[in-house]
Design a protein. Structure first.
Length: 221
């Protein structure tokens, strides 16, 4: 009997985790698709210029290799690596600005985004009473979607939920939207913000971007 109950609970948690992920993925699908298209476009248009700049620096290293010391060569190599990092960072910053602008300039899209970010957090912490915190500019929107969030959560989990919106403390503007959730007097916390999602996306995509940009010069370093 206990094993059956445990199995049911595990299946329920797995379903809710999947449900939260699917809701969030649907909401961000268009933005991520355009993100990939935009990155690809940037890579194609920038690659020639980047290759030329990298090759120029590589020639500088080659000259130093012939006439300078090991320290100078290492400094030149570090300069090239730093230049590469700055190029990759610049591309991701452009993409980040585009995604943020698209979400924030479409009220309905941003409303769905906020609702799904809260829901995803609730599905993950699975508590009956949860406090949430948002950016100051998102307080009214969060207040608006709470009832619908509670209804969807209860419909999915068959559990009641009480959400308390903190109107005295706010998330920093740099979080770009989303929600901070806490339960059990702060013992359980979760930050589910657009900034975090974009950082994870950048972390996953950066190696691919670097290979695409610098494949022709990587072996020369």
């Amino acid at each position: 009997m206990i094993a059956d109950i445990s199995s049911q609970v595990e299946r329920m948690v797995a379903f809710m985790d999947q449900e939260g992920e699917e809701r969030t993925k649907e909401m961000l699908a268009k933005a991520e698709e355009e993100y990939n298209i935009y990155v690809g476009h940037l890579l194609q248009t920038e690659k020639v210029r980047i290759d030329a700049a990298i090759n120029k620096k590589m020639k500088t290293i080659e000259r130093m290799r012939k006439v300078s010391t090991s320290t100078a060569r290492n400094e030149a190599r570090l300069e090239v690596l730093g230049y590469r990092r700055s190029l990759v960072t610049g591309i991701f910053n452009q993409v980040r600005e585009k995604i943020v602008k698209e979400i924030e300039n479409d009220p309905e899209k941003y409303k769905n985004f906020m609702e799904n970010m809260i829901l995803e957090g609730l599905y993950r912490i699975l508590e009956q009473r949860v406090g949430i915190r948002v950016r100051k500019e998102d307080v009214d929107l969060a207040s608006e979607v709470i009832e619908n969030v509670c209804n969807k959560y209860t419909e999915t989990t068959k559990m009641q939920i009480s959400i308390v919106l903190d109107k005295s403390q706010y998330l920093p503007t740099e979080t770009l939207g989303g929600v901070y959730l806490s339960a059990k007097k702060g013992k359980i916390i979760m930050e589910n913000t657009l900034a975090n999602k974009l950082l994870r996306l950048q972390h996953d995509a950066a190696p691919i971007v670097r290979r695409m940009l610098f494949a022709s010069t990587r072996d020369k370093m």
